[in-house]
Ligand binder design. Structure first.
Ligand code: SF4
Length: 291
C-alpha cells in the first residue's frame, strides 16, 4: 500500500488495513504532537481513494477490519465518507468494522443525523483524543476546544450509536498541574462515558513545541512513579458505566487492562503496590518506550 508520509493508528487497529483517505491533521496545532507536522492537510480525491481501495482489495480482500487515516479523517464530507463506506463493505465481504480518528472540532461540525448516518453505513468506532479535561491545559497545548466542547463532541459520537474510544495523556500538565489534570480529566471522561479509554504517557519529539518549555524550565516532565500516581488519581475518580481501560500503548511505563468500574479496586491495588514499593523492575524501561 502506498502512503504519504508516516502512518499512525491506534494500538487496537494493529490488525486493520490502514486506508489513507486524508493526509495529515486539519488542526495540526497541538504543542505535544509532531505526528503530522510535515504534512499539509488534504482530503484525497475520489479517484485517489478509489485507487487505494482497489490496491487494498488486491492485497487482502478477506480483511475484517479497516482503519481510515490520517489524523482527522472524520473531516471528510459525509457524502464522500458514505460512498467510501459503501464501497468498502461491497469490496470486502468479510468486513466487520471500520474505525476512524475524529478530531473534536470536526465531530462538532457534523450534525447528530450525519453521525448516525455514518453508523448506518458501517462506520463502527471513532477514536477521540481528549488528552486532558483541564481547561488551562487544553488551552496551553492548543487543543483547539474547551473542556465543554470536548464533552459535547464525545457525547455526540456516543448518542449517534457509534462506539467511542477516548485517549488521555498522563503527564500533560507537567509537575505543576498534575493533580488538576488527573481530576478534571476524570470528570470529563466520566461525562462522556466512552466504551474504551486508553492512557498514553507524555513523550515528546525534540521538535515538539512543548519540548522548548522543558528546555527553558517552564514545564517539568513527571517521573515514572509520578506518572503512575497521576494515573491512579484519574482512575480512582473516574465514574463510567462500562468501559474497557488500557494502558498498552508503548509510551506507558506499566501496561494495564481492566473493565471499569468492576475491576477498579484490583487496578488501584496493582498501581499502589508498584508505587509504594517503587518496583522499578515492573516498569517498561525508557529505552523500550515509544510513540
Ligand atoms: S488533533 Fe491530534 S493529530 Fe492533530 S495535532 Fe492535535 S494531537 Fe496531533
Amino acid at each position: 500500500m502506498f502512503y504519504e508520509g508516516k502512518i499512525f493508528r491506534p494500538p487496537s487497529e494493529a490488525k486493520s488495513i490502514i486506508l489513507q483517505i486524508t493526509v495529515g491533521c486539519r488542526h495540526n496545532a497541538c504543542t505535544f504532537c509532531t505526528m503530522y507536522k510535515d504534512k499539509s492537510f488534504r482530503i484525497k480525491s475520489r479517484t485517489e481513494i478509489h485507487e487505494i481501495i482497489a490496491i487494498a482489495q488486491a492485497q487482502d480482500s478477506d480483511a475484517e477490519r479497516i482503519f481510515l487515516a490520517d489524523g482527522d479523517a472524520i473531516a471528510v464530507d459525509n457524502s464522500l465518507l458514505i460512498e467510501i463506506l459503501d464501497q468498502l463493505y461491497k469490496k470486502f465481504p468479510r468486513l466487520k468494522r471500520v474505525g476512524i480518528y475524529g478530531g473534536p472540532k470536526d465531530i462538532l461540525a457534523k450534525s447528530p443525523e450525519e453521525l448516525a448516518e455514518l453508523k448506518t453505513h458501517g462506520l463502527t468506532i471513532v477514536y477521540l483524543g481528549v488528552e486532558s479535561g483541564n481547561e488551562g491545559i487544553l488551552s496551553s497545548v492548543c487543543k483547539g476546544v474547551t473542556a465543554l466542547e470536548m464533552i459535547e463532541a464525545g457525547q455526540k459520537v456516543k448518542s449517534s450509536g457509534l462506539t467511542l474510544s477516548c485517549t488521555v495523556i498522563i503527564g500533560l500538565g507537567g509537575k505543576a498541574h498534575s493533580h488538576e489534570h488527573a481530576t478534571d480529566t476524570a470528570q470529563v471522561i466520566s461525562k462522556i462515558d466512552p466504551e474504551y479509554l486508553g492512557a498514553l504517557t507524555l513523550m515528546l519529539e525534540p521538535e515538539a513545541p512543548l519540548t522548548k518549555a522543558i528546555k527553558n524550565g517552564s514545564f517539568q516532565i513527571l517521573t515514572p512513579f509520578e506518572s503512575l500516581s497521576e494515573l491512579r488519581t484519574l482512575l480512582s475518580e473516574l465514574k463510567v458505566s462500562n468501559c474497557v481501560f488500557r494502558s498498552n500503548h508503548a509510551s506507558n511505563y506499566l501496561p494495564l487492562r481492566a473493565t471499569l468500574p468492576q475491576d477498579r479496586n484490583a487496578l488501584l491495588q496493582t498501581l499502589d503496590s508498584v508505587i509504594d514499593n517503587q518496583t522499578l523492575e515492573r516498569l517498561r524501561p525508557d529505552y523500550w518506550r515509544g510513540l
